[in-house]
Write a protein that binds this ligand. Structure first.
Ligand code: HEC
Ligand code: HEC
Ligand code: HEC
Length: 487
């Protein structure tokens, strides 16, 4: 059966050479250069206009008004039937919401000092280090007013009025209600203040110019709070609020345009993030997760395992570990309900990721044979079979017939072996799996040191051919690139 590669992976596997002739490419390049110059010129003239406008209007910037927040607190308090002020309930709610928003994941580099920042986020434009958001007055946000904090979350504007980079997901946080932002702030005020200044960003010109975010925002940012859809249920609206807003699932799962803004017309249809493929999670029945039950989604988000379908590794393991495992049943159910209602987006995949593969039966044939060069099957038996079984069916709970939460999953009918590209499989082999939740400490060792690029490619290609989607292959060169991708 012919299998169409998704647009996502097609662009990254280097097949373009066969599609475009040299002359077409050259013509495109020079067109692009002219276009770039024109855009830059336009950008600078708009910037000049913007400066003039600022001169005229913005003598009094936005930090002078505490009223929206006071109002929010009053509203929150009124609805809860108690006096205004950051009581223990507000702080508790804030702690829950901060988890839903996964603030700790980005704002922590050393688990011993949560929220103190310093985590390096690699972007196509260079490295950004997250700021310290503990209440330390000198190096954190202890001197920020609640309004400053609100402006950061809702508008992507820092304390001095500077524009923040969208590596901070304010594109989604802008949807979070005033009350919820207030609760998050109340909680952050209670975390241990850490005196620590993160390294400064390492961005190349012109991306080190914060004002340029003005243009980025023009194209990619709609400021405004979540507006409930009255025709939909409360559950659906809660799911939309979380998925589109606080939980910012689209930051990884929605493909990006050339300015790195989210492609809002293809939401949640899958994207590559730091080498990992954050899969299509629209309800398309072959390209997405249309065949997952709500219980599969809920189980995956709360434990990192959807039995017989998928396991969360890499960035998604972190999301489960730091964020979604803490969400309550109702919120998880709301997320599942909302995901199911999304427009299904077709990426041309021939079969669902979770419906590929068959157990291996060829291992016996190799007994006593000499190892010639790099053989993926032999590498699999030597490195992987002790846990995943030589048949690939896994050992323990997720093996066929077992029902308890399982240690060593089957590689057959597994979304990573059945995906339309082998990125995540190679990444799992290079980096292993590490996921700590309230249910389990899940650990698969990393093979990045033991196996070289050629060996990782060979075992990856064996796994996809035998247990997964045989059209998904990687070369040693591609493994090298994945290995070099900053995590
Ligand atoms: C995906 C990563 C990521 C997540 C998740 C994230 N942040 Fe940030 N945040 C950043 C980055 C990067 C910056 C710095 C942006 C810049 O330098 O322009 C930042 C900046 C900030 C700032 C401005 C601080 C300053 O000193 O300028 C605040 C406040 C903030 N984040 C709060 C939060 C809160 C609250 C949450 C959770 C609801 C959160 N962040 C979640 C990446 C993240
Ligand atoms: C930091 C990036 C990131 C964020 C944020 C994120 N995801 Fe993911 N997600 C991934 C990656 C990467 C994978 C693939 C994981 C793997 O292969 O083990 C994934 C996998 C999944 C899968 C399994 C798909 C499959 O076919 O195996 C589901 C379901 C999912 N994510 C839902 C969500 C939801 C819902 C949210 C928001 C609450 C979310 N994700 C937020 C990166 C992310
Ligand atoms: C020591 C035991 C062990 C060994 C050896 C091992 N694994 Fe794993 N593997 C695990 C565990 C544990 C998980 C995670 C299960 C979970 O997420 O609940 C896992 C998960 C996986 C997954 C699913 C990842 C995802 O994101 O869905 C794949 C694919 C995989 N392993 C392939 C391999 C390959 C290929 C090798 C050999 C190079 C290998 N494993 C070696 C224990 C092991």
């Amino acid at each position: 059966m012919k299998q169409h590669r998704s647009r996502q992976s097609g662009g990254r596997t280097g097949n373009l050479d066969t599609v475009f002739s040299h002359s077409v490419r050259a013509a495109l390049r020079s067109r692009r250069r002219i276009w770039k110059t024109a855009t830059l010129a336009a950008a600078f003239s708009v910037f000049a206009l913007y400066l003039a406008w600022l001169e005229a209007y913005d003598a009094q910037p936005h930090h002078n008004d505490e009223s929206p927040l006071a109002e929010a607190v009053a509203q929150g308090a009124a609805s809860a039937g108690r006096a205004a002020g950051p009581g223990p309930d507000l702080v508790k709610r804030g702690a829950y919401l901060a988890r839903a928003g996964d603030c700790v994941a980005c704002h922590t580099s050393d688990k011993g000092r949560p929220f103190a920042g310093g985590r390096a986020l690699s972007t196509p434009f260079g490295t950004i280090y997250t700021p310290n958001i503990t209440p330390d007055p000198d190096t954190g946000i202890g001197r920020w007013t609640d309004t400053d904090f609100m402006h950061a979350m809702h508008e992507g504007i820092g304390k001095e009025g500077e524009r923040l980079y969208p590596a901070f997901p304010y594109v989604e946080y802008t949807k979070v209600t005033d009350q919820d932002v207030q609760a998050i702030r109340a909680y952050l005020n209670t975390v241990v203040p850490v005196h620590y200044t993160p390294p400064s960003n390492n961005l190349s010109f012109p991306f080190n110019q914060r004002w340029l975010m003005f243009f980025w925002n023009l194209f990619n940012f709609d400021e405004g709070r979540f507006v409930p859809e009255p025709k939909q249920s409360a559950e659906w609206n809660r799911g939309a609020y979380l998925v589109e807003g606080l939980a910012h699932c689209g930051e990884c799962h929605t493909p990006r345009n050339f300015t790195q803004g989210l492609k809002t017309n293809e939401p949640f249809s899958g994207a590559i993030q730091a080498g990992w493929h954050a899969y299509n999670i629209t309800p398309h029945r072959t390209s997405g997760i249309g065949k997952w039950t709500d219980q599969d989604v809920i189980g995956y988000l709360s434990t990192g395992v959807a039995h017989g379908r998928a396991n969360a590794a890499g960035p998604m393991a972190e999301v489960v570990e730091d964020s979604t495992q803490y969400l309550n049943r109702e919120d998880l159910r709301s997320i599942a309900t909302y995901l199911r209602s999304l427009e299904p987006i077709d990426r041309g995949e021939a079969r669902p990721r979770t419906e590929w593969g068959a157990p291996a039966s060829d291992v016996v044939a190799w007994r006593g044979t000499r190892i010639d060069g790099v053989n993926g099957g032999q590498l699999f038996v030597a490195n992987c079979a002790s846990c995943h079984h030589w048949t690939g069916e896994g050992i323990g709970a997720s093996a066929p017939g077992a029902s308890a939460p399982g240690a060593y999953p089957s590689l057959i009918h597994n979304s990573v072996s059945g995906a339309s590209d082998a990125n995540n499989l190679a990444m799992v082999i290079l980096h292993g799996v590490s996921r700590t939740t309230k249910d389990a400490d899940v650990l698969m060792p990393a093979f990045g040191r033991e196996l070289n690029d050629e060996q990782v490619a060979a075992v990856t290609n064996y796994v996809t051919k035998q247990f997964g989607n045989p059209q998904s292959t990687v070369s040693a060169e591609q493994v090298g690139r994945l290995r070099a991708t900053a995590q």
